[in-house]
Write a protein that binds this ligand. Structure first.
Ligand SMILES: [Fe+2]
Length: 208
């Protein structure tokens, strides 16, 4: 069976300083993300065992655990690659055009995404997703790693708004963290995700 794996960061732990400290990155990647990977694999093993024993008593709990841990793994993997030490500024080309069209300009887009991160109650993420039915970019507020989502949206750009993402460095000043990540966006990575996502075709007839 394919196992999920913790991906290496595409830069050193301290490369995103001063915006994100090396210590935060080390703990976030090596402890938090690693646990989601471990747990996602463990749930797959438990599902395998349940099928073999024909014992589905814990199925609902296992499905919930799979959604939580696998989504955590996917979002963190995207987040690391969304960031770069030489990031920031604004996107160019087709992504720039799409942001203009769907959000009325980059500044409005930036404000909405930051506000969505700042207004999460509890743990969650702010995400820009490609919505393939309406063929538009949307901003989504995700609870935990997996709730409050419209199905089929493809995450392109995500902000981790869990306390473990910032508390050690920013304490309760989480808005400072959400502003700081705008110095780190890897628009090349986000644009490549956009270019790939717009190829997705769901056959739903005239659904939009
Ligand atoms: Fe996280």
């Amino acid at each position: 069976m394919n196992r999920y794996m913790l991906p290496d960061l595409p830069y050193d732990f301290s490369a995103l300083e001063p915006h994100i400290s090396g210590k935060v990155m080390q703990l976030h990647h090596g402890k938090h993300h690693a646990v989601y990977v471990k747990n996602a694999n463990s749930v797959l093993d438990q599902l395998d065992e349940a099928r073999q024993k024909d014992d589905f008593a814990r199925l609902a709990a296992l499905e919930r655990a799979l959604a939580f841990n696998l989504s955590g793994h996917i979002l963190h993997s995207i987040f690391w690659r969304n960031l770069t030490p030489k990031g920031g500024e604004t996107p160019e080309g087709d992504l720039h055009t799409a942001i203009q069209k769907d959000f009325g300009g980059f500044d409005r887009f930036r404000k909405q995404l930051t506000e969505v991160a700042a207004t999460i109650m509890g743990s969650g993420w702010a995400a820009m997703v490609w919505e393939p039915i309406g063929k538009r970019l949307l901003i989504t507020q995700i609870y935990d790693h997996q709730s409050n989502l419209a199905q089929a949206g493809v995450p392109l750009m995500v902000i981790d708004a869990w306390e473990h993402a910032y508390y050690l460095q920013y304490e309760n000043r989480k808005t400072e963290f959400f502003e700081a990540v705008w110095n780190l966006w890897n628009w090349k990575d986000i644009s490549a995700r956009y270019a790939a996502a717009i190829q997705l075709k769901l056959d739903l007839g005239k659904a939009a």
